[in-house]
Design a binder for this molecule. Structure first.
Ligand code: GAL
Ligand code: ZN
Length: 647
């Protein structure tokens, strides 16, 4: 069953309107809404006194119209009475100052009083709704985030360090505290990486990121535990932010869930098709079960200023794209645009006036198409290519970007876009995921690598895998210290080379590869191949004529090391070549379209036109057009058009 609907806030509208809302939803083929995730001050108006009656009535009405409910736990918005009584629940900013009440996410994740109140509201909700037929699952909190720098967090951090290192000697050693006289002689001396300390010790900062991330994992686990106990028949998810959010380890957070969900606002980013595809591929890789889009852009959005308005066809296109990438549920944020509050400019499907308009009609059409496709789209294929995403590396790059010309995300996006350009199917996997069966693995800027990880990569290559490693890999230990070996550190043997010199590039540098001249920017390394052979050389600058890309055969596989941040076209050619070498191809040669093979057995082809121009799609044979129920041989996609073909 495919779930389709919206995020609905009945509590923000007169009850007399609910019936009409529900009928409009049903007419748009909605079968699910998310409710309640910011409603704490209405669900528990006074300490310990709960009022679920209004929510009961809303759920009953929806249920009568065949609409199921995902309940959000309201913990992203602790109510005013709670904050007034315990102001220490408010988080502190990087300079140590507390937030004030009036926004959301205003809680310190380490605060034990907050944990007690969380437990109480979640238990009350779970007890009340665990057997409700309409309630199919739970969303915990909303978009976890907010690093806290308060005294409670400082004490919790010290305790966490004590557990991690056991002794101060070990901590001092790991952090290299002889530098600048930072040797600690008591746990209580250890600071947080406050902005007032200017540039903190990178090892301390890295551990703080890990600690904050684990604090959210623990906080989520508190809620998961309650729900598993009291509501064992309902599933649990969390709505993650998009790929660009790098402060919490989403791989760790996703482990405790039944599946991952995410919030997709294309027009807040660049709405570039490969960026959108990356968002889906990234979330798909967080959990083995199919993901949901818990919030999909529904109109122009923004808190203070507006994004563009989605063009006719775009909401439908982006919704189909989610299906093409394996989504099992999709809800628009939000049903109707709020008249009041911070998000009164964040447009829902209905405008402020509540009349169904152009965007509603488009979504209703999409709903009828999804209903038709549901039977064909069970499950997605695992891609033969993987990009490895590691939050520890992201933390480390945020702490020390190393150069202004480079960012972890920028490199990651460019590599993903290179594959996407040729419609090469790619999953984004975590550093601990299995590599078995993958044709090609790409390891971008893997700063922190332990010998065990290097051994896993080596085994993958020896057994016949192809690995692409980029510059800035193997440079640190997990303590955050620089390695004391030639780079790429623990990968040097596997890559068959040493990095002789490296440079943050202030200007582009040219590289000769495959008979063409390409530019590199941001970063370049001078390679000294040992077991590897040279594939490309610098053709300008101080290293002209010297190796920039190398390749090394190992066992039945091979490793390519790319020493510079190449321009997009070069990555596209290089990765396409590597994929071809392993026999991986696009599902269909259709330049300019996004093409994905999906469905359990891969028997469904999705064609998406992310442009304002019509685009022909040459088909190698005859296909069943699943949206129109006709046979087609060739097809032209209208602007922002979609085709779904069965073989
Ligand atoms: C998301 C959030 C929603 C809503 C939306 C628009 O990040 O999960 O609750 O606030 O943004 O701001
Ligand atoms: Zn705190």
């Amino acid at each position: 069953m495919f779930y389709f609907g919206a995020d609905y806030y009945p509590e923000q509208w007169p009850e007399s309107r609910w019936e009409l809302d529900t009928r409009l939803m049903q007419a748009a083929h909605f079968n699910v809404v998310r409710l309640g995730e910011f409603a704490w001050s209405l669900l528990e108006p006074r300490e310990g006194s709960f009022d679920f009656a209004w929510l009961d009535r809303a759920i009953a009405l929806l249920h009568r119209h065949g609409i199921s409910v995902v309940l959000g736990t309201p913990t992203a918005t602790p109510p005013a009475w709670l904050i007034t009584r315990y102001p220490e629940i408010l988080p502190a900013r990087e300079d140590g100052r507390r937030w004030t009440f009036g926004h959301r996410r205003h809680y310190c994740v380490s605060n034990s009083t907050y944990h007690q109140y969380t437990q109480r509201i979640v238990e009350a909700l779970a007890r009340h709704y665990c057997n409700h037929q309409a309630v199919i699952g739970w969303q915990i909190d909303n978009e976890f985030g907010t690093y806290c720098y308060c005294p409670t967090c400082q004490r919790a951090f010290q305790a966490w360090l004590n557990k991690r290192y056991s002794s101060l000697e070990a901590l001092n050693q790991a952090w290299g505290t002889r530098f600048w006289s930072q040797v600690y002689t008591a746990w209580e001396q250890i600071p947080l990486p406050w902005s007032t300390s200017l540039v903190p010790n990178p090892s301390l900062a890295l551990d703080y990121c890990r600690f904050m991330s684990e604090a959210f994992v623990k906080y989520q686990a508190l809620q998961v535990g309650i729900l598993r106990d009291l509501a064992p028949d309902q599933w649990i998810t969390h709505n993650f932010m998009s790929f660009g959010y790098d402060r919490l380890n989403y791989h760790h957070l996703a482990r405790d869930l039944d599946f991952a969900s995410w919030d997709n606002y294309p027009l807040l980013g660049d709405a570039d098709p490969s960026g959108l595809a990356l968002g889906h591929s990234f979330i798909r890789g967080l959990h083995p079960r199919p993901f949901w889009v818990m919030e999909a852009q529904a109109g122009p959005c923004g808190w203070e200023t507006l994004s563009r308005n989605p063009l006719p066809g775009q909401l439908r296109l982006w919704s189909h794209q989610a299906l093409a990438h394996g989504a099992a549920g999709l809800l628009y944020f939000r049903w109707r645009t709020a008249l009041a509050g911070t998000e009164q400019l964040w447009h829902g499907l209905l405008d402020h006036h509540g009349q169904p308009g152009r965007r509603y009609q488009e979504v209703a059409q999409t709903g009828s198409e999804f209903a038709r496709l549901a039977a064909h789209l069970k499950g997605t294929l695992r891609a033969p290519i993987a990009l490895i995403l590691n939050y520890e590396d992201r933390f480390a790059f945020r702490i020390q970007p190393q150069t202004t010309g480079l960012s972890y995300d920028g490199v990651f996006r460019r590599l993903f876009a290179a594959l996407h350009r040729h419609n090469l199917p790619c999953d984004v996997l975590g550093p601990d995921d299995s590599l078995a069966g993958l044709a090609l693995v790409i390891l971008p800027m893997a700063q922190i690598l332990e010998p065990a990880q290097a051994a896993r990569l080596e085994a993958y290559v020896r057994e016949g895998g192809s690995l692409v490693v980029t510059f800035r890999s193997g440079i640190r230990t997990s303590d955050g210290q620089m390695v004391d070996q030639p780079l790429p550190g623990v990968l040097a043997g596997l890559c068959g080379l040493e990095v002789e010199e490296y440079e943050a590039l202030p200007a582009a540098r040219s590289i000769e590869w495959d008979g063409q001249c390409w530019q590199a920017e941001g970063w370049a390394e001078l390679l000294r191949p040992e077991a590897a052979e040279t594939v490309a050389r610098y053709s300008g600058g101080p290293w002209a004529g010297q190796p920039a890309i190398t390749r090394c055969q190992l066992g039945r596989g091979r490793v390519t090391y790319v020493g510079a941040f190449l321009e997009a076209g070069a990555w596209a050619s290089l990765l396409n070549q590597e994929a071809a070498h392993r026999g991986v191809q696009a599902p269909l040669p259709a330049p300019g379209l996004e093409v994905r093979r999906t469905g359990d057995s891969g028997s469904v082809l999705y064609l998406l036109n992310h442009t304002a121009q019509p685009r022909p799609a040459p088909l190698p044979g005859s296909y069943q057009d699943l949206l129109h129920d006709t046979k087609v041989q060739g097809i032209e996609l209208p602007p922002w058009g979609v085709a779904v073909l069965g073989e």
